[in-house]
Write a protein that binds this ligand. Structure first.
Ligand code: NAD
Length: 479
């Protein structure tokens, strides 16, 4: 990967704009520099995408699907480079990066190739008329993604967006430019038509991200990130009523009933709270546990948290990763301090680990388990996005559902129970886009993904993605 990291426009690297530092979250040290795209670079990228649009949109869907399948195959060939780029930017564990982040990137291109190629056209016959629908791409789409699962989340949008016939200007987070820079090299190496996929680097407000969403040549915005950024983007595109697809924040609840397999509920909750350092939009930050098993559950969850290994990213036994930046670490630590001030009991964690080596300059925080706060405390209402959860007891199913739904967010929830009836009853009462029963983060890429309230607008996944990334035209012919 070049240092400084360049943009990728019209099929070639472009080294324009001032550079900023990308830091290794493991040590806090600068690892490389990245070019920041100003308005003129964004103009160039949008122009390249627009020039490529007619040719790309005119290809039969089977040909576009063949291209995205080829991208998936080429990702496998550059697998270890992508793993290295992702680890350098995020400090993720190698085990997670090899089993989740990068394989899902390849799967995102392949799955949408299959789904798009197999999608039937719809036609309706009346006695004296035939109505049918054709779908056309939206045009040039801005793809803006966060730092927590950089490759997985970018490809989740790029796969369906490209196969639906759009051309793209993508902007990764300023913290994690690496894996999309490698994807740009891959696109060039397989001969993807120039301008179909463009990548610009930079910050959000007052920088590349804002210039991109405001650009009159951008027809739609697909965004994953914080709810308040989604709100700012919505305002920025309001005058042109550009379509938006938003995957935003969460404050996800987990419900553990006394009839659950407690071992599975504890293990599953350790994963759902602490995976990726708690920096997944789907992570559980609020757990509600039926009173008879509350004490034992809290004890075992805290024990599980204490057992999470803080190794170096490339050590295969490592589980915990650092926070992405000093700023984000400080935000998480502010919530740890706030929990103490609000009177929480801290069962484990609550501070920063000490290593006695260069990792002490990194952005690590301890996995933390809290109890004793009311549901209306800030710690229970605001998204922290760190390795922390609060656990509260409940006495009835109705109370549990009420506590879970008492949130401005509504992305994901987990339910742990051995009662089939309760599982169905509770799952459909939860006001969230995704509910997992006796598991967490088990994904079928054909199913709709997204949240309600502050957690987003619209659904992606399977044909839901293809619907967002295209516009139907209904044609009716008098027979
Ligand atoms: P963020 O909103 O700060 O940044 C996301 C991206 O938006 C970055 O590329 C950033 O540069 C850009 N951006 C920021 N301001 C912008 C603006 N005004 N105009 C255009 N672009 C702008 O989010 P983050 O801190 O990178 O990511 C963490 C957040 O993402 C959490 O809230 C998390 O819940 C959410 N998230 C949601 C999902 C989901 O699927 N619902 C998935 C992952 C992360």
């Amino acid at each position: 990967m070049p240092d400084p990291v360049t943009h990728f426009i019209g099929g070639a690297p472009v080294a324009l704009g001032p550079t900023f530092a990308a830091c290794d979250p493991v040590t806090g040290r600068e690892v490389r520099r990245v070019h920041e795209a100003d308005r003129s670079v964004v103009d160039r990228a949008v122009a390249a995408a627009r020039a490529a649009l007619p040719g790309w949109a005119a290809l039969p869907v089977a040909e576009r699907a063949a291209w995205t399948r080829r991208l998936g195959d080429a990702i496998e060939e550059r697998f270890e480079d992508l793993v290295a780029a992702e680890i350098a930017d995020t400090g993720k564990s190698i085990t997670q990066t090899r089993t989740l982040d990068i394989p899902r990137g390849a799967a995102n291109f392949r799955a949408f190739a299959e789904i798009a190629a197999q999608r039937p056209e719809s036609a309706f016959h009346l006695k004296d008329a035939l109505s049918y629908t054709v779908r056309r791409p939206l045009g040039v789409v801005a793809v803006i993604v966060p730092w927590n699962l950089p490759f997985l989340l970018a490809t989740w949008k790029l796969g369906p967006c490209l196969v639906a016939g759009n051309t793209v200007v993508a902007k990764p987070s300023e913290h994690t430019p690496g894996s999309l820079a490698v994807l740009a090299e891959i696109a060039a190496s397989i001969g993807l038509p120039p301008g179909v996929l463009n990548v610009v680097n930079g910050f959000g407000t007052g920088s590349t991200g804002q210039f991109l969403v405001e650009h009159p040549g951008v027809d739609a915005v697909t965004f994953t990130g914080e709810s308040r950024t989604g709100s700012a983007i919505m305002k920025a595109v309001a005058d042109r009523v550009k379509p938006v697809s938003f995957e935003l924040g969460g404050k996800n609840a987990g419900l553990v009933f006394a009839d659950a397999d407690l071992e599975a509920a504890v293990e599953g909750s350790v994963r759902s709270v602490f995976t990726n350092g708690g920096q997944v939009c789907l992570c559980t930050e609020r757990l509600y546990v039926e009173r008879p098993v509350f004490g034992e559950f809290v004890e075992r969850l805290a024990e599980g948290a204490r057992g999470l290994a803080f190794g170096r990213p490339r050590d295969e036994s490592t589980v915990m990763m650092p926070m992405i930046s000093a700023e984000h670490r400080d935000k998480v630590l502010t919530y740890y301090a706030l929990a103490k001030d609000e009177g929480a009991t801290i069962h484990t964690g609550g501070g920063t680990p000490r290593f006695g080596d260069e990792r002490d300059g990194g952005y690590y925080v301890e996995p933390t388990v809290l109890t004793g706060l009311p549901n209306d405390s800030r710690v229970n209402r605001e998204e922290i996005f760190g390795p922390v959860c609060h656990v509260a007891p409940f006495d009835s199913e109705t109370e549990a559902v009420g506590l879970a739904n008492d949130s401005e967010y509504g992305l994901a929830a987990t339910v742990w129970t051995s009662s089939l009836n309760r599982a169905h009853r509770v799952a459909r009462s939860l006001e969230a886009g995704l509910v997992w029963v006796n598991t967490w983060y088990l994904r079928d890429l054909r199913t709709p993904f997204g949240g309600v309230r502050l957690s987003g607008i619209g659904r992606e996944g399977g044909t839901h993605s293809l619907d967002f990334y295209s516009e139907p035209t209904t044609i009716t012919i008098k027979l």
